[in-house]
Design a protein around this ligand. Structure first.
Ligand code: GLY
Length: 361
């Protein structure tokens, strides 16, 4: 394993390729009254044995279980996690370790935030998406009434342990989907970061470790300056205004989209509007849509579905005063947040996206 590296993000310590000593110190010798590990059925099978091995197979850890997948990021499962903590007599000095992807780290963080008015927690992201985005930055929450992350709070984990060994058991579709969040970070970062990302060989494990570190480092720099998202941090929602609407729209269908896939859709739509509103380069728009085309299989909404997607966009929590607000990019590294976009522009972007994806077939 490559050597351990660290970053700080607010009061959280982000540890890359953690050494066993530090893991043990943070979890087993943390001074917590009890340690609880939250897993879903996938991470219980594929990740828990390795995690316990890393900790030296400690005794006395209690496993808390939740159902897997975005469809289960609900108040029902959140209450079930809280009930398991309560029934196991967890006190306010307990420690919760969230071992899983973004659904586990978001929901587990939100449970830690409210249980006995807040207990300590640690994130151990096991998916690429959780490593580069969901597990850092202290956003916790659940979906509500088919609206993404409608309920939640900012609540910081003590540690985030990012160990790329977990990616060995991650299904390819999950891995590819998460590349969209990394693409987003490199678009927001700089021309150089984007160039390096677009030319990368993602099968190269050493290179992947570096790209994960760079992606988290970029996000942490932004979060550090604007923890509560009053300005600068809004840029991290690039592609998410459209993306969240697509994710919610297809949530209960057989075309269910992973979060990263929805972000890929959102990036195409937001880059299209960036080109038409703030002069983003047309050939770069084409290059990025081609890059997405080579990796993703995405749905094509019919024109009759645009209205429903637009309604979901109107519910986005980043909106204000009844207008849809989006992040646009004039060039790599130069984002504009709170750009008002109207219904006509949304429909134009959806039309562009649909035609582009149809062209792939
Ligand atoms: N995922 C965007 C943020 O954490 O702000």
């Amino acid at each position: 394993m490559a050597s351990q590296r660290m970053l700080t993000s607010g009061n959280s310590r982000l540890v890359f390729q953690p050494e066993q000593n530090l893991l043990r110190e943070a979890v087993v010798e943390s001074g917590a009254s009890r340690v609880f590990v939250l897993v879903d059925k996938n991470t219980e099978k594929h990740c828990l044995p390795y995690f316990l091995e890393q900790l030296g197979k400690p005794k006395g850890l209690t496993v808390v279980k939740m159902n897997a997948g975005e469809i289960n990021k609900t108040e029902k499962n959140w209450l079930s996690v809280l009930a398991q903590l309560h029934d196991a007599m967890a006190d306010r000095h307990a420690l919760l370790v969230n071992l899983g992807g973004g659904v586990v780290t978001d929901l587990g963080g939100f449970a830690a935030a409210v249980y006995k008015r807040g207990i300590r927690y640690i994130n151990v992201p096991t998916s690429l998406l959780a490593m580069v985005d969901a597990s850092t930055g202290a956003k916790t929450g659940i979906d509500f009434r088919y609206t993404k992350n409608e309920l939640g709070v900012f609540y910081e984990p003590e540690y985030v342990f990012i160990d790329s060994s977990y990616l060995k058991t991650l299904p390819e579709r999950h891995f590819t989907a998460a590349l969209a969040e990394m693409l987003k970070h490199s678009l927001l970062n700089s021309e150089d970061a984007l160039k390096a990302f677009l030319g990368a060989d993602f099968k190269d494990e050493k290179l992947m470790e570096k790209l994960i570190f760079k992606s988290v480092q970029f996000k942490s720099l932004i979060v550090q300056q604007d923890f509560r998202e009053s300005g600068l941090r809004k840029q991290l929602n690039f592609g998410h205004t459209f993306g969240h609407a697509f994710e919610s729209y297809y949530l209960n269908t057989e075309k269910i989209l992973f979060h990263g896939e929805a972000v890929a859709v959102g990036l195409i739509c937001a880059l299209y509007l960036s080109q038409s509103c703030v002069h983003f380069q047309k050939d770069l728009l084409g290059r990025i849509t081609d890059w997405i085309k080579d990796r993703f299989s995405l749905p094509i909404p019919d024109e009759s579905e645009f209205e429903a997607i637009f309604s979901l966009m109107m519910r986005d929590k980043k909106n204000s005063g009844g207008s849809v607000l989006a992040v646009l990019l004039s060039s790599p590294g130069h984002p504009w947040h709170d750009k008002k976009i109207n219904k006509k522009q949304v429909f134009e972007a959806l039309d562009y996206y649909s035609k582009v994806v149809k062209g792939w077939l």
